[in-house]
Design a protein around this ligand. Sequence first.
Ligand code: ZN
Length: 137
Amino acid sequence: MKISKIEHLGIAVQSIDAVLPYFENVLGLKCYKTEVVEDQKVKTAFLKVGEVKLELLEPTCAESTVQKFLDNGGRGIHHVAFCVEDGVAEALAECDGQGIRLIDKAPRKGADGLQIAFLHPKSTVGILTELCEDPNK
Ligand code: ZN
């Protein structure tokens, strides 16, 4: 597959409101959008760092995988999202062919208008990996 850039870093937080002052007032970044992604049970907030985005992830309920991540002692970086040039479906097929465990068998709609799919951290050296494409590009 051909990865063009890191699309965003997903950062797990218990409360977006509680951490935004750090990102905005200390780092001087600006939150340009918040969005609830129902099927992932998260509220997201996006900030731009040059070409790359930070995606803050706040669980919306106890069953959220982000809540489980936090409950298991996870902090900070939750996943790394790569932009794939030939599309998520093709990248998934390629990963599947190489024996990589897929969380998503097909692309689905993610936050910020992207088509996304996750690869399992057990197959990706411990890093939850998201593949993305912007269908409007
Ligand atoms: Zn993400």
